[in-house]
Design a binder for this molecule. Structure first.
Ligand code: IPD
Length: 298
């Protein structure tokens, strides 16, 4: 119920702040020890702190909500892969933006979502480097709490007239798939967006520019805040998008994915989020690669 979700939000927001303290401590430690491991390739990074933060969060959530299921990036990597069911399920990326975390680029966060009946219903994203807490609850709006300021509601910024992707500020990511074909196709799309107006993606004009925050969750948060007009990425996992998608939706964004039940099959996903007409425009044209369909809303 709405009041249950509000009390879960209070608990998970405070837990995200505790996780944030560990993330900050870890960032200092890792930058002095250089203890960084690689997962599927040399740009897919993980540290002992990704695991420590996930353990902390899993333990606290399990103590408070023992009947809820848990899906986490590091538990999944370690082989714990429960199927997604209709039951309430927390979906957590302990450190989203691990590369930033390792380099001290201050855009990394914990991304904590709650899925119910296969749909995200609550999202908490906390960036401890900038002390920014983004929250969203289904039907109850999205908020940003920063520093000592109280929560500020995040409606999608009043749209400036953007007839197409031209003049938009577009969030993109290189991701960790650096195979030749992936880099070619992403690079081509980025080039089409950033220049070459003759090819028409931007209606004869160009996107104002492209940005990479290095964290899928923070890209969603930035779109929710109105700082970027659209975010597009191929290759996101449920824990990258669960919290961000509900925050963006509650801020009035349109969020689309490449699967009809994207969180259902726990696979990587192409996602688009932002102002509805721009998302629809992007769906009808490049940059989507895997055929995002406007009906396939998250
Ligand atoms: C990654 C980051 C990155 C995005 C990838 C994510 P991680 O998460 O969000 O910006 O491009 O799709 O998997 O590995 O830092 O938790």
């Amino acid at each position: 119920s709405p009041s249950d979700l509000q009390s879960i939000l209070v608990f998970t927001s405070s837990l995200a702040r505790s996780a944030g303290e560990l993330i900050l401590e870890g960032s200092q430690a890792i930058r002095s020890t250089g203890n960084v491991d690689e997962k599927k390739n040399s740009v897919d990074l993980v540290t002992e702190y990704d695991v420590k933060v996930e353990e902390l969060v899993k333990k606290e959530l399990g103590g408070k909500y023992p009947t809820f299921k848990f899906i986490g990036e590091e538990s999944y990597a370690a082989g714990s892969r429960p199927p997604l069911t209709d039951e309430p399920t927390f979906c957590v990326d302990p450190i989203d933006g691990t590369t930033n975390f390792v380099h001290g680029f201050p855009h990394a966060c914990i991304s904590l979502g709650l899925i119910y009946s296969m749909k995200p219903v609550l999202g908490v994203i906390y960036n401890p480097f900038l002390d920014q807490l983004y929250t969203g609850v289904k039907g109850q709006g999205a908020y940003l709490t920063q520093g000592t300021r109280g929560p500020v509601k995040l409606p999608l910024a009043v749209p400036r007239p953007l007839p197409s992707l031209s003049q938009a500020l577009i969030g993109i990511e290189w991701g960790s798939d650096r195979s030749h074909s992936a880099i070619e196709s992403k690079g081509d799309s980025f080039k089409r967006l950033a220049g070459n107006p003759k090819e028409g993606v931007t209606g004869g004009r160009m996107a104002h520019s492209l940005r990479s925050l290095g964290s899928a969750a923070l890209n969603f948060a930035m779109v929710a805040q109105g700082g970027m007009d659209v975010y597009w990425e191929i290759g996101c996992w449920p824990w990258d998008i669960c919290a961000g998608s509900i925050i963006a939706q509650e801020a009035g964004c349109f969020v689309a994915g490449s699967h009809s039940a994207p969180l259902d099959n726990l696979v990587t996903e192409e996602v688009l989020a932002g102002r509805k007409h721009l998302v629809i425009r992007a769906i009808g044209d490049t940059p989507t690669e895997k055929g995002i369909d406007a009906q396939k809303r998250l």
